[in-house]
Ligand binder design. Structure first.
Ligand SMILES: C[S@@+](CC[C@H](N)C(=O)[O-])C[C@H]1O[C@@H](n2cnc3c(N)ncnc32)[C@H](O)[C@@H]1O
Length: 240
């Protein structure tokens, strides 16, 4: 919140993970490949991936996030498709070569059942052999960084106040955000749902995905329960 995220670096990390998982991610290979970002927000990763050569679609359930994304796309003259929809139940016609879902978007899904449904939706949206890379914020992240965490300051003319709380019993990480700009106040509450590594694995395996790699904390090292963030590289098997 209110700090610069290195989106080009994050997008580069995603392609490095695919490469480490044995998937061809050379520019010549990805040019023209269809990629969908689920939970695309204001389109930051979409824009970088589009620049790398992917034909990008972004799906998000927030009209406000997509409004900002559309402004950025128009400003940069980028060519990508943005769809207002719930990623848990999305059922577009197009089949993608790759899908991504990053920066906690999966943690916004409030039940295990819905997470399982989301994985089936992503699988249905992919071509056989398609690749899905997503991240999940794990409990260590909430315990280490968010418990009663308060942040205040000013960034690009916006005054912000952010308070975060983690409930380990319910495994819900709540962030209260108050933004003030030109006398206008915006208040938001974000709820993120924390799932154990083995639960996430069970759910995507039930959806038919094969795991190629699970990397911890923006490294190329295998994730474990102490990792704060895990990036999974999954493949939809070709035989279905
Ligand atoms: C923390 S933001 C991450 C945005 C983007 N991936 C990025 O890296 O900047 C999470 C996004 O997930 C979206 N989201 C949460 N639940 C969703 C759902 N069920 N369907 C579609 N989008 C969802 C939110 O609207 C929000 O834009």
């Amino acid at each position: 919140m209110m700090k610069e995220v290195n989106y080009p670096g994050w997008a580069r990390y995603l392609t490095q993970l695919m490469k480490a998982a044995g998937l061809d991610s050379r520019r010549s290979k990805i040019r023209g490949e269809k990629l969908c970002e689920f939970g695309c927000g204001t389109g930051n990763i979409c824009l970088v991936l589009s620049k790398l050569g992917f034909e990008v679609t972004g799906v998000d359930s927030s009209g406000e996030m997509l409004r900002v994304a559309r402004e950025k796309v128009a400003r940069r003259g980028a060519n990508l498709r943005l769809v207002l929809d719930n990623m848990v139940t999305y059922s577009g016609e197009e089949r993608f070569d790759r899908a991504v879902c990053v920066y906690d978007s999966m943690n916004y899904i409030s039940t295990q059942e819905a997470v399982g449904r989301f994985f089936r939706t992503v699988s249905d949206s992919l071509k056989p052999g398609g690749v899905f890379v997503f991240d999940a914020s794990l409990e260590s992240n909430s315990l280490n960084d968010a418990s009663l965490f308060v942040q205040r300051g000013r960034h690009r003319g916006i005054y912000y106040h952010r308070k975060s709380h983690y409930d380990p019993k319910e495994k819900i990480h709540t962030t209260y955000v108050r933004l003030k700009k030109d006398g206008k106040v915006i208040e938001e509450i974000h709820r993120e749902y924390v799932y154990d590594l083995h639960v996430i694995r069970e759910l995507f395996t039930q959806a038919g995905f094969e795991e190629r790699f699970a990397a911890g904390d923006f490294t190329m090292l295998e994730a474990n329960n102490k990792s704060e963030r895990v990036h999974f590289v999954l493949v939809k098997p070709s035989h279905d």
